[in-house]
Design a protein around this ligand. Structure first.
Ligand code: SAM
Length: 396
């Protein structure tokens, strides 16, 4: 069988060697210094002893950017608390472009565009074209409710487009309303026909947990390339709906075995967001296997950076930056931001049972949004982690 060499489009140095990005097939890979030398990178200040050893990357690899907070979707649990009419300031096209240039210069690879509903920005196609112009790969999450010719044309520039689908036929999830699935389904078919890499984002909450197999089956039958399961988060409008809709402890423990049972032999990739990592670790996978599939917990302020529609950056889309630091300043703030530093310090400041957990360096204490919601403690353990739940039960 002939195996094709991947096309390496971009690379950047890191203290351990570097990160390479391929578009065909699409992947990012962490490589050592020898590999980087073979690519023509003979030296880097990050390779000199004493520099670049700070325990986090020299820049994020991926930035999640809500380019608008406008959205006609009206999802009941929207973590962005988006509204049909613009609320507050929105970055101008000029300001967005300046920050995209800066991110590209820092070596960021991907920008995950969303909102709000990104298509509700009239200048969205210019934002996407500009990402390509400066060498960033734009990806998109959309509700798929208004995918006409303009939208399909924009999507052909994307690396990956995920349409939000929380249940098949009827929306069973925390966010859905009737009629949405048909439009999302038509959108996915149109995108596939136009040759766009298309998949599904599925928010997993109490009411659609029993239906994960249907979502996977649908995606496999439609020839989609990815389903990303997002754990329902207590942020934005999700806060007030959280206690009634969050996964139960039994569901969290059952999540990973269920996913393994219902996966299909197909080219469909199943992804989980980092807040699901404790649910996976509970089944005690060997660390070498985790490394092979790059499974890791909270990546805020390391691989990940998030930006809200008014330009405020934060480590993760689900936790606010109370210092309101602006993306325009990210070049200098990446290393100095107190907000980002807090995420990076989570393992060092871990309390029990995380401090003694063999997975601490993989998991990094679970989801900060969940810890803040229940205990209002940034450095506290994630109360939904099964190890933490067992520990607390034993201690009471
Ligand atoms: C905020 S939306 C913005 C993009 C677009 N308007 C959409 O609906 O897909 C981005 C993703 O977050 C998901 N989402 C919304 N509220 C959430 C919550 N409380 N917890 C986790 N994911 C959530 C949505 O289903 C969607 O896949």
């Amino acid at each position: 069988m002939k195996t094709e060499r991947p096309t390496i489009d971009r690379a950047r140095c890191e203290s351990f060697g570097g990160i390479i990005a391929s578009s065909n097939p699409p992947f990012l890979a962490w490589v050592d210094r020898n590999f980087m030398r073979q690519l023509g990178y003979d030296s880097s200040p990050l390779w000199e002893s004493g520099t670049g050893q700070q325990g986090y990357l020299s820049a994020p690899t991926e930035v999640h950017w809500a380019v608008t907070n406008r959205c006609s979707g009206g999802c009941a649990g929207c973590y962005m608390d988006s509204h049909p009419l613009r609320q507050g300031a929105e970055l101008s096209l000029g300001a967005l472009k300046a920050s995209l240039r800066q991110l590209a210069a820092m070596g960021v690879f991907h920008v995950a565009l969303g909102g709000g509903e990104a298509f509700e920005r009239e200048d969205f196609s210019e934002i996407v074209s500009y990402c390509r112009e400066v060498g960033l790969v734009p990806n998109l999450t959309t509700n798929g409710q208004t995918i006409g010719d303009r939208e399909v044309a924009i999507c052909t520039l994307m690396g990956q487009v995920n349409v939000s689908v929380d249940g098949i036929g009827t929306h069973y999830g925390v966010n859905g309303r009737s009629g949405e699935f048909e439009k999302a389904f038509t959108a996915l078919r149109r995108l596939k026909k136009a040759g766009v890499q298309a998949g599904i984002n599925c928010v997993v909450s109490r009411n659609n947990f029993p239906l994960l197999a249907e979502v996977i089956g649908f995606a496999a039958d439609e020839g989609l390339n990815e389903v990303e399961f997002l754990k329902f988060k207590p942020s934005g409008r999700g806060r007030s709906r959280y206690r009634g809709n969050a996964l139960t402890q039994e569901m969290i423990r059952e999540f990973y075995p269920r996913l393994m049972r219902v996966q299909r032999p197909s080219s469909l990739e199943l992804k989980i967001d980092c807040s699901f990592i404790p649910a996976l670790l509970y089944h005690r996978p060997p660390k070498v296997d985790l490394e092979k599939c790059a499974a890791a917990g909270c990546e805020a302020g390391n691989l990940l950076l998030a930006v809200t529609s008014d330009g405020t950056f934060s480590g993760c889309s689900f936790v606010d930056n109370s210092d309101r630091e602006q993306i325009a300043e990210i070049g200098s703030r990446w290393h100095t931001s107190r907000h980002l530093q807090r995420f990076r310090n989570c393992s060092a400041k871990a309390r029990e049972p995380c401090r003694s957990c063999g997975y601490l360096e993989v998991c990094r204490c679970g989801c900060r949004a969940t810890a803040l919601f229940y205990d209002d403690e940034f450095f506290g353990p994630d109360p939904e982690c099964p190890f933490v739940a067992d520990f607390r039960r034993r201690s009471h």
